[in-house]
Ligand binder design. Structure first.
Ligand SMILES: Cc1cc2nc3c(=O)[nH]c(=O)nc-3n(C[C@H](O)[C@H](O)[C@H](O)COP(=O)(O)O)c2cc1C
Length: 249
């Protein structure tokens, strides 16, 4: 396979028009994790175009350590049904390829509080699920494995060697892909929940042993009528995470 892109991508007119009209700022401000999608399919040429844009991401010495697995149609349906079976298995042992996040009681402040507020906002305000209703919470969580109804499921992997740098590069790729999608009028949801069931992914997809599964990504058109479309996440003020070192005026 050639390392250089020589041909112009065959992108659909709708996506070209959307890309022409959205600024980077608009893409950044309008991106959110969408958890309810329409079944409207996304043409393969459009997906390839988004991946070409995301592949412009910076990486250590231009190593481009990422690989992408795109599932649609019956392949996605079969993957989902096996993931759900694994999820619903009562004696399941949750194993992960890497520790994306600590165990619930091991979060440090201020992240513990932000995480709790996020849960209250998503489950309580947006979905109307009581904090004590663990069955309803679980039912929502299960929807992760259906990519929240998105027609396109993406699994992102990176080289295990060197891993730490590759994970940084994967993050850049993921963000670029999400912004490219937004620019094309599409929405996404990054999903670490897939790494809990990595053996299922490895059974269904052709993932080399030297690649680590980073996360999944749902891709499609948002269902803006769904009550979850009201869910928006706040951000800390710039002053809370930035220190300026500068000459006094
Ligand atoms: C790497 C990564 C993994 C994530 N995994 C999940 C997931 O498994 N399920 C989910 O619903 N949201 C997941 N999220 C979405 C976050 O909850 C979301 O980005 C955060 O709450 C901020 O909200 P926003 O993306 O709408 O701005 C993930 C985000 C990232 C960056």
């Amino acid at each position: 396979m050639s390392d250089v892109t020589t041909t112009a991508p065959r992108t659909s007119r709708a996506v070209r028009r959307a890309i022409e009209h959205m600024t980077v700022e608009q893409a950044l401000l309008s991106r959110r994790s969408v958890r309810a999608f329409l079944p409207t399919p996304v043409p393969r040429d459009d997906i390839e175009h988004l991946l070409e844009l995301a592949a412009r991401s910076a990486s250590n010495s231009n190593c481009q350590p990422w690989q992408v697995h795109v599932v649609t149609g019956s392949v996605k349906t079969r993957l989902t049904s096996e993931l759900l079976a694994a999820h619903d298995c009562e004696d399941r042992v949750s194993t992960r390829e890497y520790n994306y996040q600590p165990k619930p009681n091991e979060w440090a402040e201020p992240f513990r509080t932000r995480r709790r507020r996020f849960g209250e906002s998503l489950y309580g305000n947006a979905l109307g699920i009581a904090a004590t209703d663990s069955a309803a919470r679980l039912a929502h969580h299960r929807r992760n494995y259906d990519f929240f109804g998105a027609p396109v499921g993406i699994i992102l992997t990176v080289s295990r060697n060197p891993l730490d740098g590759a994970l940084v590069d994967a993050g850049l790729f993921l963000q670029a892909l999400m912004l490219a999608a937004r620019g094309a009028g599409l929405d996404t949801c990054p999903q670490a929940s897939f790494i809990d069931f990595y053996p299922v992914l490895r059974r269904h997809l052709d993932i080399p042993d030297d690649q680590l599964i980073v996360c999944g990504l749902a891709l499609g058109y948002a269902d803006n009528e769904h009550r979850l479309s009201r869910h928006h996440t706040p951000r800390e003020a710039v002053a809370s995470f930035t220190t300026f070192y500068e000459d006094s005026p």
